[in-house]
Design a protein around this ligand. Structure first.
Ligand code: UT7
Length: 325
């Protein structure tokens, strides 16, 4: 069965840019270390009045405008975030209220940096069952609010932002046409035994506080390259597509070295990999839709292109999705 079609993309970033040099004036780090180890040069950090929902709403509006559809036609909102406005209700319901499309389905997905892939997979499945005809799938984060600004091993790595896509249920006419636009294959995984390698040391049911990001970076790095290469191969096999047929890879933007190593492992040319980590740092669930929107708007990704999305994050969770634009 063919998958849901991507009608438009949008993104939003906080106004304030924080450079490596500015961070180096606050914590024991340097522009040289951050650039060499991660590829990051700057990140956007949410200021007063900017929250996960305000960024998500701006990205959703941009995606709706790009798709040329009315908010009233959206029957499903799936929002991926690890930094919701509130513990409950879901930030997706705030987006729904702001867009004025109440009555449909709206909920959040918690899969941290792979959240957008999980949200896309869930939305595609719901659209295929007829639960809704059109969906907004959003990744939005304000990770700056859960960073320990005295821990140089994590605080230099993350940024804030949001990205969104509009999805439409597949049509009967597209079924069986390998060139038809839409999601071709998605694979999602989790391994809960890796909890302690990347987690937040707080939460409503444990500490009654929000907590801070804790990460054993080198171990996460090693798992990321192996897991991402494996899941990309799985998706290619399921789609019966060879690696050479991929036009663009849009990976989760955690570290330029992870992107390079994964592409090398699979024999993907580096110029086919969309990289935005230098400008946005790691925006968790927002990074894939943000990078997708950047590459569509600058004219790299066009209609008909075969695009692989992939991500890995806390849990561990990881996944990939192949889409014909
Ligand atoms: O999005 C979810 C997935 N997350 C990831 O994929 C992140 C994966 N991990 C990474 O990207 C990398 O492991 C990091 C960027 C986090 C770290 O890079 P690394 O090359 O693995 O560095 P390291 O942790 O081995 O640290 C090397 C050195 C250490 O000093 P010593 O022990 O060699 O003296 C650290 O203390 O760098 C030191 N260090 C820093 N120095 C300056 C750690 N953070 C910093 C810093 N500035 N910000």
């Amino acid at each position: 069965m063919s998958g849901s079609r991507l009608l438009g993309t949008g993104s939003a970033l906080p106004r304030r840019i924080v450079t490596n040099a500015e961070l180096a004036s606050r914590v024991d780090t340097s522009d040289e270390w951050i650039t060499a180890r991660t590829g990051i040069r700057q990140r956007h950090i949410a200021g007063e009045g900017e929250t996960t929902s305000t960024l998500a709403i701006a990205a959703a509006r941009a995606a709706l405008a790009d798709a040329g559809v009315e908010a009233s036609s959206i029957g499903l909102i799936v929002l991926a975030t690890a930094t919701p406005d509130n513990t409950f209700p879901a930030t997706a319901t705030k987006v729904q209220a702001a867009l004025g499309c109440t009555g449909g389905i709206a909920f959040d997905v918690a899969a941290v940096c792979s959240g957008f892939l999980y949200a896309l997979g869930v939305a595609d499945s719901l659209l295929k069952t007829g639960m809704a005809r059109r969906a907004l799938v959003i990744g939005a984060e304000t990770f700056s609010r859960i960073l320990d600004w005295e821990d140089r091993t994590t605080c230099v790595l993350f940024g804030d932002g949001a990205g969104a896509v509009v999805l439409e249920a597949p049509t009967a006419a597209a079924a069986g046409d390998p060139q038809a636009p839409g999601i071709i294959a998605t694979r999602l995984h989790a391994d809960g035994t890796c909890h302690d390698l990347l987690y937040v040391d707080g939460g409503p049911s444990t500490t009654q506080s929000v907590g801070y990001v804790r990460m054993r970076g080198q171990e996460v790095f090693r798992h990321a390259v192996v897991n991402l290469a494996d899941v990309l191969k799985e998706v290619l096999e399921e789609a019966k597509v060879s690696v050479d047929e991929i036009d663009w890879v849009v990976p989760h933007q955690a570290n330029a070295r992870i992107l390079d190593a994964t592409a090398r492992k699979l024999g993907i040319a580096p110029e086919k990999v969309v990289m935005t980590v230098q400008d946005h740092a790691n925006t968790s669930a927002a990074s894939v839709p943000l990078a997708l929107d950047v590459a569509r708007r600058d004219g790299r990704i066009r209609a008909g292109d075969l695009v692989m999305l992939e991500a890995m994050g806390g849990g561990f969770t990881w996944g990939a999705s192949l889409i014909r634009m």
